[in-house]
Design a protein around this ligand. Structure first.
Ligand code: AR6
Ligand code: MG
Length: 352
């Protein structure tokens, strides 16, 4: 991949993640009706007008934590997970009102109180030892597949270990790994060639199978595991020729809540469905269509749009992201700089 394309993909991915977070946040927790879809269409149309003036859209915990993940990779050549735990915790205490998950806050409190003695212990204690299955690991993962894009094993290892600082339930960890794999595949894809959605899913399925089978070691060789089942469901939705909209079934079967299991596959689905036109969403821009569609599904809109935005931005690069809308997102210049620093810090052979 030429250097210029790669740096555009680094920016596209991190800025895409910010864009989804900021644009989705005002709709979090909403049940979206068909009338609301029109409101969302107008919301995007208005913001695309360069003359539109309005207060900027604030980012939430998704971006706050994603910034820490990028910074941790930039700061030391060998990833230092204790440093990441410190960055997460300091960021939280600096700005606690970013809409963090209801329980993750106690992880930060315990980490600080124990002076980061065992960075994995507080997360293991969550939910009576079950650990959190929230989407908080997945929502912040994007810098890892960018940084480790040509070191697959390290990518998965650091993705899992960094997630475990706050999420020790396997569904939380595997959700973060699935999002990591989706961003990675999108990053490696040529933005000038249309995505073959079925092939994209098959590749995800193959990699997720290896991850889930090594965890659930009692599964029959040909039986299904949770996230693999969901990927097959995504394929089914994408291949069915529905005459009408089928968003209610998507919400019912793939989910739209704060658990990783009910949101990461949904975000991937939004990206893949948006490769083609969607009824009620009027735009030719695939990036915008991805985010706008994610928001119309309601529920945890900021995080689902943030994850879908990271995937779409990693595929299409920064050029695909509308500048007029982007200028309404809080601290976009900082995220661009962060993407550039991550790009400069990546382990590379000196050719790119
Ligand atoms: N058992 C029961 N409930 C659970 C469990 C469990 N094992 N795990 C999670 N929950 P948390 P996050 C529920 O606090 O994943 C924000 O909007 C429980 O209700 O670990 O970092 C972010 O932007 C818990 O309070 O946070 C994300 O979109 C909730 O899931 C989202 O929240 C969140 O888990 C999740 O953030
Ligand atoms: Mg959220």
């Amino acid at each position: 991949m030429a250097g210029q394309n790669m740096s555009s993909k680094f920016r596209g991915c991190l800025v895409g993640s910010l864009f989804g977070d900021c644009m989705g946040a005002p709709f979090e927790g909403n049940d979206i009706s068909s009338g609301d879809k029109l409101v969302i269409q107008r919301y995007f149309d208005r913001m695309e007008d360069p003359n539109f003036k309005g207060p900027f859209k604030k980012y939430t915990d998704d971006t706050a934590m994603m910034k820490s993940v990028a910074q941790f990779l930039i700061d030391t050549p060998e990833p230092d997970l204790k440093h990441l735990a410190e960055l997460f915790t300091n960021e939280f205490f600096k700005q606690p009102r970013r809409g963090y998950g209801g329980s993750v806050v106690s992880v930060f409190e315990k980490l600080r109180k124990s002076k980061f003695n065992d960075i994995f212990l507080p997360s293991k204690e969550q939910f009576n030892g079950q650990g959190s299955y929230g989407n908080g690991g997945a929502m912040r993962i994007a810098p890892i597949p960018l940084y480790f894009h040509d070191d697959f094993d390290n990518m998965l290892n650091i993705a899992a270990e960094s997630t475990k600082i706050t999420h020790s339930n396997e569904l939380g960890i595997h959700g973060a790994l699935l999002q990591c794999l989706a961003v990675h595949q999108a990053f490696l894809a040529d933005p000038n060639t249309p995505i073959n959605v079925d092939e994209f899913c098959n590749k995800l399925l193959e990699k997720m199978k290896a991850i889930e089978r090594s965890y659930y070691n009692d599964v029959e060789s040909d039986s299904d595991t949770p996230y693999c089942e969901r990927i097959k469901l995504i394929q089914k939705f994408l291949s069915t020729k529905y005459s009408d909209e089928y968003d209610d079934e998507v919400i019912r079967d793939l989910g739209n809540d704060i658990s990783a299991f009910e949101s990461v596959p949904t975000a991937i689905f939004c990206f893949l469905r948006a490769q083609n036109t969607i009824p009620g969403i009027k735009t030719d821009n695939i990036f915008r269509r991805t985010i706008q569609y994610a928001i119309t599904l309601g529920g945890d809109t900021d995080t689902i749009a943030c994850m879908a935005g990271a995937i779409a931005g990693a595929y299409l690069g920064e050029e695909s992201i509308n500048k007029a809308i982007l200028q309404h997102c809080e601290k976009v210049e900082d995220i661009v700089k962060l993407a550039d620093s991550l790009y400069a810090a990546r382990p590379h052979d000196g050719k790119g």
